[in-house]
Design a protein. Structure first.
Ligand code: HXC
Length: 263
């Protein structure tokens, strides 16, 4: 994708300003409700950005007012279990969690249901002070379906997870920060620029090391310690085959800043 290009999607905006890109969910009339088409577009955009070596970090936002009020209830209301199984509604989200570069959520306003789950799939979350994160599915007679029941307790612990799942009430940005769900709370008007600043910082780092670090940290949620340590060790050794490792270490010794090529 070329610099500063708004690529033609219907439900999202994609702006590339190398070395970062920003994806903005764009269904404002329904508070960015996550229709299947929107999720497909986010997947496609992330796939393109993953393949674009000029892009080294991505911000995912819903804009100034709302992150996303969840999966599209009007699309789900009359579906049967068989419909849901056959179209594998939440299977489509796997590509988002598999994105290999630093992915930073910039959350203003509501991040509810699938909206919260989408934020939790990102690597860092920057929240505006207006943000409200929660899993209100219980109010609809369902449970989270895109990772909420698993990612909340792994990050915020069992009791906070039970509180949001069982009572259906969201937590404030401040409480989310205290629970370790978000990295930083900023005034709402600063959220996107703060996330873009962090994305630019991440984009300066060695891309292959970032990829391996991300993979290894995510493994910690899925494997026993010994297996996770083995993944880390192999990735650590592998990175000594990269030009970026030579550049990073020699730059340090020469008292200059390393310039990384992702090679
Ligand atoms: C479809 C939605 C929607 C949603 C809001 N809208 N959320 N449409 N799906 N998830 C629509 C409203 O119907 C309304 O349309 C417009 O957006 C504005 O919303 P209001 O309710 O009028 O706004 P407000 O009073 O400010 O209340 C905001 C809100 C509320 C608290 C966020 O909209 C709300 O509770 N939304 C539902 C949140 C939710 O239950 N999310 C979980 C969904 S299930 P009109 O046409 O009336 O203007 C889920 C499961 C995920 O996410 C599973 C994995 C895929």
């Amino acid at each position: 994708m070329a610099d500063d290009t708004a690529v033609g999607y219907e439900n999202i905006l994609v702006e590339v300003s190398a070395p970062i890109a920003t994806i903005t969910l764009n269904r404002p009339k329904v508070l960015n409700a996550l229709s299947p088409d929107l999720i497909r577009e986010v997947n496609e955009a992330l796939g393109e950005l993953d393949a674009d070596s000029n892009v080294r970090a991505v911000v995912l936002t819903g804009g100034a007012r709302v992150f996303a009020a969840g999966a599209d209830i009007s699309d789900m209301a009359d579906r049967t279990a068989v419909d849901q199984l056959q179209r594998d509604q939440t299977g489509r989200w796997a590509g988002i969690a598999a994105f290999s570069k630093p992915l930073i959520a910039a959350v203003n306003g509501y991040a509810l249901g699938g909206g919260c789950e989408l934020a939790l799939m990102c690597d860092l979350i920057i929240a505006g002070d207006s943000a409200r994160l929660g899993q209100p599915e219980i109010n609809l007679g369902i449970i989270p379906g895109a990772g909420g029941t698993q990612r909340w307790p792994r990050t915020a612990g069992k009791h906070a997870a039970m509180e949001v799942m069982l009572l259906g009430a969201p937590v404030t940005a401040r409480r989310a920060y205290e629970l370790g769900l978000v990295n930083k709370v900023v005034p709402a008007e600063m959220t996107i620029t703060a996330a873009q600043r962090i994305a630019r910082q991440a984009a300066e780092k060695a891309p292959l090391a970032a990829r391996m670090a991300k993979e290894a940290v995510l493994k910690a949620f899925e494997t026993p310690l010994a297996e996770g340590l083995a993944v880390e060790r192999k990735s650590f050794y592998f990175l000594f085959s990269t030009e970026d490792q030579k550049e990073g270490m020699h730059a340090f010794l020469e008292k200059r800043r390393g310039v990384f090529k992702g090679k």
